[in-house]
Design a binder for this molecule. Structure first.
Ligand SMILES: Nc1nc2c(ncn2[C@@H]2O[C@H](COP(=O)(O)OP(=O)(O)OP(=O)(O)O)[C@@H](O)[C@H]2O)c(=O)[nH]1
Ligand SMILES: [Mg+2]
Length: 111
């Protein structure tokens, strides 16, 4: 990776500036129900430090935001309250922007 166009953030995630030739932005919105792994996906594949809009789930969500079935997956304790955002440079001209929607049914109108 070109050290002139990239740097490591304090968290160790790579920060890459867009190349000067990048002129075509493509977008994918990742949607799906609560806890299916949208945030995990965007975080895993993004070349930039992903936008973090995760907040801790509280008792107010008990009985509404069900984490049943997720116990064996490392324990889900937070949820997306706005949007995930990440980026992948496909080639010199094409940049893929990834958005992850919130999963609760009350946010489905956003999709
Ligand atoms: N083992 C395993 N666990 C996964 C995988 N993908 C996601 N998980 C786990 O499943 C849970 C998914 O959580 P998120 O990525 O926050 O899911 P989300 O769809 O963004 O959830 P909301 O934004 O709250 O709707 C987390 O506990 C992850 O650690 C996977 O491929 N394998
Ligand atoms: Mg999420």
């Amino acid at each position: 990776m070109d050290s002139a166009t990239s740097e490591r953030s304090a968290t160790g995630a790579t920060r890459r500036e867009l190349t000067a030739t990048a002129d075509n932005g493509l977008k994918i919105v990742v949607v799906g129900g609560f806890g299916v792994g949208k945030t995990t996906l965007v975080r895993s594949v993004s070349e930039i430090r992903p936008l973090n809009t995760e907040e801790t789930m509280t008792q107010a969500g008990q009985g509404i935001d069900e984490t049943g079935g997720l116990e064996g997956l490392g324990g889900k304790t937070s949820t997306t309250v706005a949007f995930d955002f990440g980026r992948i440079t496909l080639d010199a001209h094409n940049i893929l922007y990834l958005f992850g929607a919130p999963g609760q049914e009350r946010f489905w109108f956003l999709w």
